[in-house]
Design a protein around this ligand. Structure first.
Ligand code: SF4
Ligand code: ZN
Length: 419
């Protein structure tokens, strides 16, 4: 591939070598987002005239205006114009923000959309790095990696408390628009899925198979994103998966997916069921938004999201579970998922679907409220939302079982999970 070298005017080193670098709270100078302050990132296509190529602007305080240990809001707004650019590419480019930021030595980024979380280290600030530098890194990386798609690009970084709400609204409106477009698609309406092997850099045998009904487990790669990524970079980490023959409709097994799974796991895994957590489930890398686990005593599943750090009914906290589930293995009974998979009619369909969910943290439940209620109604379950236990009911199976019984949770009446 031809890589155009664009000089990056920042006093820190920028490169993939720094991707895994951590910045602990005692080593950081300033942080943004991570549920501590409002934050978002958005790549948006605009008209040619709206963009001054190369412009990087910080709207609000920069390093010189703050003190060591401060927290600021953050809106990373990347405006793009290109003759060959398409709106469907926005989400893919937006995900690059995560990687490009992490390339900066002393710059740390996790999450996406309006749950991003960014830190700048004390060392980077001592070298003279500023918030504006984030914009310069993004400009240089985007322009050098996508010269045929991006003709003009500018970055606005909003750190002003009074202006963050405005950009948050703009970003959320765009996320909703993308999600709505995605919701119109189902697994039956397409004839190819896409794989994602982006995480093989640290989980060499892992592959996500991304379908319209099942987002990648990081939550950041939808089927549309994967399709766009393939169009942008035909030899890149997202390749079409021709479905071939359907072997098992109930569990979601196709010859094409099996073949891809076999190839990408270096021959270690021969079968994958897209709609099951028990029988040959998809592998997990490490960046799942949430982890599902089987609770045989409740005949159902629990789901815990990354943000929840307390004990869960499976007897492990998220961090411990993550160590058990990750690394590119199939772990029947455990699986990393993207949060929005829960709202799909295909959600662990082979194992009984959403009816099996017996526990999740209150915050995750709130986040998924509309979807859970809608799915509950579709399945003719009255008040299903209320039947799902959370940490206020209990954090062990013994604590939640009486609640499930009292509410008449449907999982208790279903076929035993362990056959
Ligand atoms: Fe791709 Fe899956 Fe990694 Fe997300 S978690 S980047 S979909 S391989
Ligand atoms: Zn991953």
């Amino acid at each position: 591939i031809h890589i155009e070298i664009v000089d990056i005017p920042v006093p820190i080193t920028v490169g993939p070598a720094f991707e895994g670098e951590q910045i602990r709270s005692d080593g950081m100078y300033v942080e943004f987002g991570g549920q501590r302050t409002p934050a978002c990132e958005l790549v948006k296509m605009r008209e040619k005239e709206e963009i001054e190529d190369g412009k990087v602007e910080v709207i609000g305080p920069d390093i010189d205006d703050i003190e060591d240990g401060d927290k600021l809001p953050l809106g990373i707004m990347v405006d793009v114009y290109g003759r060959n650019m398409e709106e469907d590419f926005e989400g893919v480019f937006e995900r690059r923000v995560h990687y490009f930021c992490n390339y900066g030595e002393g710059l740390w980024h996790v999450g996406q959309r309006d749950i991003n979380w960014v830190r700048i280290s004390k060392e980077a600030v001592e070298k003279g790095f500023t918030i504006e530098g984030i914009g310069h890194i993004l400009y240089a990386k985007f322009k050098s990696e996508y010269p045929s798609l991006i003709d003009r690009l500018q970055v606005r970084i909003v750190t002003d408390e009074d202006k963050i709400d405005e950009v948050l609204d703009e970003a959320r409106e765009r996320y909703t628009k993308r999600d709505d477009r995605m919701r119109e698609l189902t697994d039956e309406s397409v004839d190819v899925f896409y794989d994602c092997t982006l995480c093989q850099s640290f989980a060499p045998d892992h592959v996500c198979i991304v379908t319209p009904d099942r987002v990648g487990l990081c939550g950041a790669v939808s089927w549309l994103d994967a399709k766009a990524a393939y169009e942008i970079e035909p030899t890149g980490p997202n390749q079409p998966v021709e479905l071939g023959e359907c072997i098992d409709e109930h569990n979601g097994q196709w010859t094409g997916c099996n073949e891809r799974q076999y190839k990408e796991s270096s021959g270690k895994i021969e079968e994958v069921n897209i709609y099951s957590i028990i029988d040959n489930p998809m592998t997990s890398c490490g960046c799942f938004e949430a982890i599902m686990a089987m609770l045989p005593e409740a005949n159902g599943f629990m789901i815990v999201n990354r943000e929840f750090s307390d004990q869960t009914p499976v007897g492990m906290k998220f961090s411990t579970l993550a160590g058990t589930v990750g690394g590119g293995n199939q772990t029947p009974g455990f699986m990393g998922i993207g949060k929005s998979y829960v709202s799909s009619p295909k959600f662990v369909k082979g194992d009984g679907g959403i009816r099996r969910i017996v526990w999740m943290p209150k915050e995750l439940k709130e986040h998924l409220r509309d979807d859970i209620e809608r799915r509950g109604e579709e399945l003719g379950l009255d008040n299903f939302y209320d039947m799902i236990a959370d940490e206020t009911v209990g954090e062990t199976v013994d604590e939640i079982l009486p609640y499930l019984e009292e509410k008449g949770h449907p999982a208790l009446e279903m076929d035993p999970l362990m056959g």
